[in-house]
Every structure is written in structure tokens, then in C-alpha cells.
Ligand binder design. Structure first.
Ligand code: URA
Length: 311
């Protein structure tokens, strides 16, 4: 078993995320069949309450930023200080906190009625949207009942020209409050995990969720909510054109890959999703909130990151 080489910086980050040993086995890259870029039919059924399992982030603020992509401000993919500064300058200030709507406190979410015609029209607008238009659509979306309980829809955040997209499940309480993804403890762990392979959320990745509005009580999203929301993620993938996607947690992986396979089954090989005729490599790993609860799995998640970094 060959120990992977780590440089001193990586070693520091590994220590930071709780991995002291460097005897991890290199994952053998395997290539899985391309998956359709469609949500699983019944992700909520198969996800078996991952939201409870991952326990969405416990809360502390992280780097505030929200996406904006303008030709003038878009940084190059090269990870330079200028690029990072340009990306930061391109981002609007995160939305101010709003009080929780009454519906956020109840478990039931009234279903918003989107007619078939309205859905078709919305899908056409999504297909034609640039990043800013899409951001506006997500912020004002009323396609499902989750809009009634949200403070903020969470579009995502990160680099204007990301090398990776990181895809999570849905906003938790802090994300809903701040309008940004992964801002709690699991967000801090995610940042450390990314740093362990030399990536940063501001410079290299765009972080988004399958579901843009917080499900009340962090319950699993319903198939209807996934069907309503998934087209936004698909358009984000088409617009950001990431070199690869790191998908975190069972729900997001099953939805993105259109499967009900377990994380254990999906990890350790490279999947693909098709976006505008391109096959984008997808690596599946554990949700950081799960890692906070099961730190023993951090070693495996680092293997996943290395697999993603190798592509
Ligand atoms: N968990 C997720 O999957 N996404 C977030 O944005 C926060 C927690």
C-alpha cells in the first residue's frame, strides 16, 4: 500500500481536519457510466432522512460572498491573487438577515401551485438565463411551497470561473438566515477539506445546493420540491462549466446522478453528468456535517478529494 505524498502545507491542513496519518491507500480511479443530468425520481424516499443524519450546520459565520459573474469582473481560472481579488470584488454583499416567516416554524409546507404552463415558461427562462438572471429567478422563486418558509433562497457562492462545483443538499438554518451556502461548522470543515487539496471557495470553487430554500425543520425535500428546484442547479452547472463536480452527501449524490445507490456504492469512482454535450466528472463524498459526527470517515473523504483533484 503506497502512502500518498503530502507536502507540508497539505499535512497542516490534514491535521486541521483531523487526519494525522498519511498511510491512506490511493483510491484507484474507476470510471462509472455517465449519468443523466436529471434528479432521481424519488430522492426523498431513498435518502432516508439524510438531513437528520447530517444534522445541517451548527452555526458560525464564514466568508460572506455571493455569486456574480460579469465579463468585466470575471477572474481567470489561474489561482492568482488578482483573480481572487477580482472575484471578491465581483460579489455583492450578502443579503441582510430577515425575520423567519411564520411558515418556517411549522413542519408542514403548503404546496405552491405552479401550473404546467407556468413551469414550462419558467424552464424556458432558466434555459436562457445568465448567472445574474438565474440568481434573480432563484431569489424570487415561488415554484414550490418552500418559498413560504424561507428568509432567503440560497443561490450559491464562489469563484466566477470555478474549477470545481461543490454540490450540497439544501440550506440549513444559518444558510437561510445569511443567504449563503455552508456557513456553519460544516462549512468550516468544507473549507478545510478544500484547502487540503489546495482549493478555496473564493478562488476555485462554486458552492451550490440541489435545493435552494430551506426545508422546514431541515426535513428531506420532497420529490416535487426537487423537481421544481433541480433545473436551477442544472443551469448553474451549464453556466459555470466546472471541470468537475464534488457532490456531498447521499441526497445530493442520488439526485444529481439519478440513482438510489448508497454513498458507499458511489464513492471511490468517477461518475459523469452531461451538461450541454459535455461529460463532467463527478466525485461523490460524505457530507461535512456527517463527518463532524463521524470523524473516522474523514480519511475516506480525503481520499475522495484526492480522487477529485486527480480527476
Ligand atoms: N448543508 C448543505 O447541504 N448545504 C448547505 O448549504 C448547508 C448545509
Amino acid at each position: 500500500m503506497a502512502a500518498p505524498r503530502v507536502n507540508p502545507l497539505q499535512r497542516l491542513w490534514l491535521r486541521e481536519i483531523g487526519i494525522e496519518k498519511t498511510w491512506l491507500r490511493e483510491p484507484k480511479p474507476q470510471v462509472a457510466e455517465p449519468a443523466p443530468l436529471v434528479p432521481a425520481q424519488e430522492p426523498a424516499r431513498v435518502a432516508a432522512r439524510e438531513a437528520a443524519a447530517v444534522g445541517r450546520p451548527a452555526q458560525s459565520p464564514a466568508a460572506p460572498a455571493a455569486p456574480a459573474r460579469s465579463a468585466a469582473a470575471a477572474p481567470s481560472r489561474a489561482p492568482t491573487a488578482e483573480a481572487g481579488a477580482a472575484a471578491a470584488a465581483a460579489r455583492p454583499t450578502p443579503p441582510a438577515a430577515r425575520p423567519a416567516p411564520a411558515a418556517a416554524r411549522g413542519a408542514a409546507t403548503p404546496v405552491a401551485q405552479e401550473s404546467a404552463e407556468d413551469r414550462q415558461a419558467r424552464l424556458r427562462r432558466i434555459e436562457a438565463a445568465d448567472v445574474e438572471t438565474l440568481h434573480g429567478m432563484v431569489s424570487g422563486c415561488t415554484a414550490c411551497g418552500l418559498c413560504q418558509g424561507r428568509r432567503h433562497a440560497v443561490f450559491g457562492m464562489g469563484a466566477a470561473n470555478p474549477r470545481w462545483m461543490v454540490v450540497g443538499e439544501a440550506p440549513g438554518e444559518q444558510e437561510d438566515r445569511q443567504g449563503l451556502p455552508f456557513v456553519g461548522r460544516s462549512g468550516q470543515l468544507l473549507d478545510a477539506m478544500l484547502a487540503s487539496v489546495g482549493m478555496s471557495r473564493e478562488r476555485d470553487v462554486f458552492i451550490a445546493n440541489v435545493i435552494k430554500c430551506r426545508p422546514p425543520g431541515n426535513r428531506n425535500p420532497t420529490p416535487e420540491e426537487v423537481a421544481a428546484c433541480a433545473p436551477y442547479l442544472m443551469r448553474q452547472i451549464a453556466l459555470f462549466k466546472p471541470e468537475r463536480i464534488l457532490v456531498l452527501g447521499r441526497f445530493a449524490a442520488q439526485t444529481l446522478l439519478g440513482t438510489d445507490a448508497t454513498i458507499g456504492n458511489l464513492r471511490g469512482r468517477v461518475h459523469h453528468v452531461e451538461s450541454e454535450g459535455r461529460q463532467i466528472p463527478v466525485v461523490v463524498s460524505y457530507h461535512p456535517a456527517y463527518l463532524l459526527r463521524s470523524p473516522i470517515e474523514k480519511a475516506r473523504s480525503w481520499q475522495d478529494l484526492r480522487l477529485a483533484a486527480r480527476g
